[in-house]
Design a protein around this ligand. Sequence first.
Ligand code: SF4
Length: 58
Amino acid sequence: MDKCQKVQCSVGSCMFNEFSENLCNLDCIQVSASAKSDSGAPYDETLCSSYKPHEQKK
Ligand code: SF4
């Protein structure tokens, strides 16, 4: 069974973000452990590896 997953994201500096709709427009993303992954806090443990800043859009 195909599953259609939606990623809500508010990272406005990412080229894949539809900021006005709070959505990622990629079909899938890679989420990885962050370099500081030892505190148990979400902002230390996880990050979106699919992120690309608007400057790389060219
Ligand atoms: S690629 Fe990652 S950071 Fe960029 S919009 Fe999608 S979920 Fe957000």
